[in-house]
Design a protein around this ligand. Structure first.
Ligand code: ASP
Ligand code: MG
Length: 435
């Protein structure tokens, strides 16, 4: 069994969905001659829908009224795609409208329960209940379209398949329950469908819908592949494969054909946006290969992550993280930053669910570089200020270079002052002002 994952960019218009269906269809043709197992397809929300839905998460009781324009945009966008894919299909239009009404109800119910002081935890809960509709709508349209094309498709609700704890916005997978649910559906399906289609990014717990973290659809594909003992996972992207740098920031990118599992884990950890950080581990554990291929040139080979010893070709790899903030945390009295202080600092970071991208300790200060998300950074600074002095620098870029040379570092830094630097045998990390 193979697992395909299609991200938002691969389904962001009717033409994109047609292209995606063609990729699925040609694979189905191949599968048909070789095996009768269904193709498992994991799909994200269409285009930038998740960003839009984030703005619809209620933060106060007046919420629905203020945001009706965005809500309309959401409806127009999806209905335009649906109607272009299958003209005059009332059933599909009604299915989409039905989901949008469920979304309205969700927002209304949540906003009525929102009080002035929406706690961080409540916000995360509301977030998942709202934002998950992006994937529910996209997969509903696509499943309907594939069936319309004659590709027999079973739509599955990922909230029932991928079971998590109640860590909203960063659901942690309950592997046993998930394995159980996925086996169940495998049995029920009994090879009667060509495609089993489900949502990326979302999962379920007894208290409601959860999400696995932004860009989490890759991870969903990996979870399914793990539980199904899949033969491979293919992530269809708008780039030709795993590049040595994000083409948005870099002109002369090199495509890496082969990436060892551990290298892929390291790169994702440092923020390479090509795959979600949690994706590789589960499939590595089962030795399942991961392919990254272009939905623009589906015939091209792409990259593969697997049991390789080295990168092919061996070349420096660059990861740029923008919008970083560097916090320096200093004791209020004349004490040192020692284990007791660090424990307190990490306790707060953990409670707020903040990931540290880089840290450095000296006798008198502890520095952390984190994503500058005001929703998290503000409460962090507030909490730290009670106990420490806090200084910060904003508008920074964190650059990670694997397999660096001095010449490469100099070229990338381009004369900017280096605020913090860390170097190991393989990896150089630098914090510099954004360009
Ligand atoms: N739709 C979600 C997001 O944009 C999940 C994903 O695309 O992987 O973050
Ligand atoms: Mg996405």
């Amino acid at each position: 069994m193979k697992v395909f994952k299609f991200g938002g960019a691969s389904v962001n218009s009717a033409d994109a969905v047609r292209n995606m269906a063609q990729i699925v269809n040609s694979e189905f043709g191949i599968q048909n001659s070789e095996s009768t197992e269904p193709l498992v397809v994991v799909v994200s929300a269409m285009g930038k829908t998740t960003n839009l839905l984030e703005k619809l998460v209620p933060t106060n009781s007046e919420f629905e009224i203020q945001n009706s324009e965005l809500r309309q945009q959401l409806e127009d966008y999806h209905l335009t795609i649906a109607k272009s894919l299958i003209p005059n299909d009332e059933t599909l239009v009604n299915k989409v409208l039905d989901l949008l009404h469920q979304l309205d109800d969700t927002i209304n119910t949540l906003s009525h329960s929102v009080t002035q002081s929406l706690s961080h935890l409540n916000y995360n809960y509301c977030y998942d209940q709202v934002v998950s509709f992006g994937e529910l709508i996209s997969t509903t349209i696509i499943a309907h379209y594939l069936n319309h094309l004659g590709i027999s498709t079973l739509w599955c609700d990922a909230r029932q398949l991928i079971r998590t704890d109640d860590h909203y916005r960063e659901g942690r997978v309950d592997w046993q329950a998930t394995q159980h649910e996925i086996k169940n559906i495998e049995l029920k399906n009994k090879k009667s469908h060509s495609v089993v289609l489900t949502q990326g990014f979302i999962g379920g717990t007894d208290g409601g819908t959860t999400t696995l973290g932004r860009e989490g659809s890759d991870y969903s594909a990996a979870i399914l592949a793990y539980c199904l003992d899949a033969e491979s996972v293919t992530i269809w992207k708008d780039v030709p494969g795993f590049l040595n740098a994000d083409p948005k920031f870099f002109h002369d990118t090199v495509k890496i054909s082969q990436i060892p599992y551990n290298e892929a884990i390291e790169l994702a950890y440092y923020g390479a946006s090509v795959i979600h950080p949690k994706t590789v581990k589960p499939i590595q554990n089962k030795g399942i290969p991961l392919y990254i291929r272009s939905f623009i040139t589906p015939e091209a080979e792409g990259s593969s992550v697997g049991d390789y010893r080295t990168l092919v070709p061996e070349t420096p790899l660059y990861i740029f993280a923008n919008n970083q903030i560097l916090l320096s945390i200093l004791p209020r009295d004349y004490s040192f930053i020692a284990e007791d202080n660090l424990q307190v600092i990490f306790g707060i970071l953990n409670e707020l669910g903040i990931r540290v991208n880089l840290m450095q300790n000296s006798a008198l200060s502890f520095s952390i570089c984190i994503n500058n998300n005001p929703l998290l950074v503000q409460p962090l600074i507030e909490r730290l200020k009670h106990l420490f002095r806090v200084r910060y620098n904003e508008n920074l870029q964190l650059i990670t270079i694997r397999y660096y040379t001095q010449e490469v570092i100099d070229r990338i830094v381009a004369g900017r002052p280096i605020l913090l630097e860390q170097r190991s045998r393989t990896t150089e990390q630098l914090i510099v002002p954004a360009q």
